[in-house]
Design a binder for this molecule. Structure first.
Ligand code: HEC
Ligand code: HEC
Length: 452
């Protein structure tokens, strides 16, 4: 019954992504604009791909295509044949990530930012999710538009939501588009752009492009995206009980399984900049970033740090067949981003192969029970049971080559990056098969939209 209703909701959402305006009941105007942008296929070079193509609510704000999830787990861009290198993480709850920063110079520990490697730092727009939102439109492997001016042009001239955008951001669309460029055709041509615009027009385009990013970030922070309506939220709010097996799973998650060491599962205090205590909790200086008020928040299931779990390569990753990638390509994770930064370069080696701890909210959200999702930065795992089994037995069993018939049961391939593998918090947890299952049961309580 519940599943059917969820399915109907998913279908309604899908329908709302078509020609008409997205359903925006309960959203502020800024969030509503952001939602329309998020679901607008026309904001890609071939007018065939929106953010939701890789971040669909019915799949827990990640990839909605089962065939892709079962294999490479990387989504094709607007231009056929163009593939990036990673699995889309959830876009929901990304706005809760603090600014990217070095936490501990002694051990080179970083936290925060958006993307698996934290490279959307928040340094440009004061908000990691807004920084992130400016990436995909212009990424040749994603929406692939040749210039930010194309995004602004298409948003401002949208028959569905152009008018609300102008109301939310007065003056943003007052741009004298040069007649020398035919934006209609030039924006659909990958060999065009970036366009040469006079300084004044370029400055206005930049401001409007920032407004677009802030609108998306507002939608991503809205109640529709960061819903906090899972069974577990209801449990924390005292509205219902978990089942016995879910409770057992929670206990293992916090204890023997060590999951909560990184995926925080208890209510967090959010301190404002000026506060030394918040709801009886002593605020440390690092707590206050990004918050303007003191509040409690149900847990986000991440501490926003980075780790190398020793996940094997996903041999189906289509990036191995891209000219920029190739068979020997290895995902450098955080280390790769740090190499691009003069100020952080010296920490790159210590962080090679590490990825951001993702939220586990909606990790089991799927459009129907048998729908296959992929897990990990490269989508190597195809079920929650598989990844929990990996945490439990990575170091218990011998390492064999990928493709061995025992793979994922009693042997695991070598890590994609063998440096910096975390050997203290995972690898041989001594969980029984039933204990693994209980943890999986607990993970299923983290899906938003729980109805009881
Ligand atoms: C073709 C697929 C694709 C499209 C289209 C796409 N994304 Fe993503 N998204 C990804 C992938 C892959 C990553 C991870 C990339 C990485 O870490 O290098 C990602 C990462 C993110 C994250 C970071 C989440 C986190 O916790 O760090 C957010 C937020 C996000 N995308 C939002 C968006 C928005 C907004 C749009 C539209 C403007 C968009 N995405 C378009 C594939 C896509
Ligand atoms: C040392 C920190 C740490 C511990 C302990 C830990 N995780 Fe993770 N978890 C991570 C990181 C980092 C990733 C992403 C790694 C990657 O993709 O390379 C991750 C990824 C995941 C994912 C995939 C999510 C997605 O969107 O792809 C799941 C599910 C998960 N963890 C569940 C668990 C469970 C269950 C446990 C306990 C058995 C656990 N984790 C213990 C750090 C940790």
């Amino acid at each position: 019954m519940v599943t059917k209703r969820l399915l109907a909701a998913a279908v309604a959402l899908l329908l709302s992504t078509g020609a008409g305006m997205a359903a925006t009941a309960g959203l502020t105007c800024k969030e509503a604009v952001g939602k329309n942008i998020f679901f607008d296929d026309r904001l890609s070079i071939n007018k065939n791909q929106s953010c939701a193509a890789c971040h669909a609510p019915e799949a827990g704000w990640t990839g909605p295509n089962e065939m892709i999830n079962k294999h490479g787990a990387v989504y094709e861009g607007s231009i056929p044949g163009e593939f990036g290198n990673r699995k889309p993480p959830s876009s929901a709850y990304a706005t809760t990530s603090p600014f990217f920063r070095l936490v501990n110079p002694t051990n080179g520990m970083f936290m925060g930012g958006n993307f698996w490697d934290g490279r959307a730092t928040g340094g440009k727009l004061g908000n990691p999710a807004a920084d992130q939102a400016q990436g995909p439109f212009l990424n040749p492997k994603e929406q692939a538009l040749p210039d930010a001016a194309c995004v602004v042009f298409r948003v401002c001239s949208s028959p569905e939501y152009g008018a609300i955008f102008k109301k939310v951001w007065p003056g943003a669309c007052d741009i004298m588009w040069p007649s020398s460029i035919n934006f209609e055709s030039a924006c659909s041509n990958p060999s065009q752009g970036p366009f040469s615009l006079d300084a004044m027009t370029r400055a206005k385009v930049n401001v409007a492009y920032d407004d677009i990013a802030y609108s998306i970030a507002a939608y991503e922070a809205s109640k529709e995206s960061n819903a906090f309506t899972s069974k577990y939220d209801n449990y924390l709010n005292g509205k219902l009980e978990l089942s016995d097996v879910e409770k057992k799973g929670l206990k293992l998650f916090n204890g023997k399984g060590k999951c909560a060491n990184c995926h925080i599962s208890t209510v967090e205090q959010k301190c404002s900049t000026s506060q030394s205590t918040c709801n009886g909790y002593n605020c440390s200086s690092s707590d206050s970033e990004n918050n303007t008020y003191c509040s409690t928040m149900n847990p986000l299931f991440t501490d926003y740090t980075f780790d190398n779990l020793g996940i094997p390569k996903n041999p189906d990753n289509p990036f191995y067949k891209q000219p920029e990638g190739g068979n020997s390509w290895i995902d450098p994770g955080l280390g790769g981003f740090l190499m691009t930064r003069m100020d952080f370069k010296m920490y790159a080696d210590q962080n090679y192969g590490k990825h951001k701890v993702p939220t586990l909210r909606n990790v089991d959200k799927r459009s129907y029970p048998m729908f296959v999702k992929a897990y990990g930065h490269n989508g190597y795992f195809k079920s929650l049971k598989e990844i929990v089994h990996f945490y439990n037995t990575r170091d218990k069993y011998p390492t064999y080559n990928s493709g061995d018939p025992r793979e994922k049961m009693t042997c695991w391939p070598a890590p994609e990056v063998s440096a910096n593998v975390n050997r203290t918090e995972l690898g041989n947890l001594g969980l029984s098969d039933m204990e693994e299952d209980a943890i999986v049961s607990f993970l299923t309580t983290l899906s938003d939209g729980y109805m009881h």
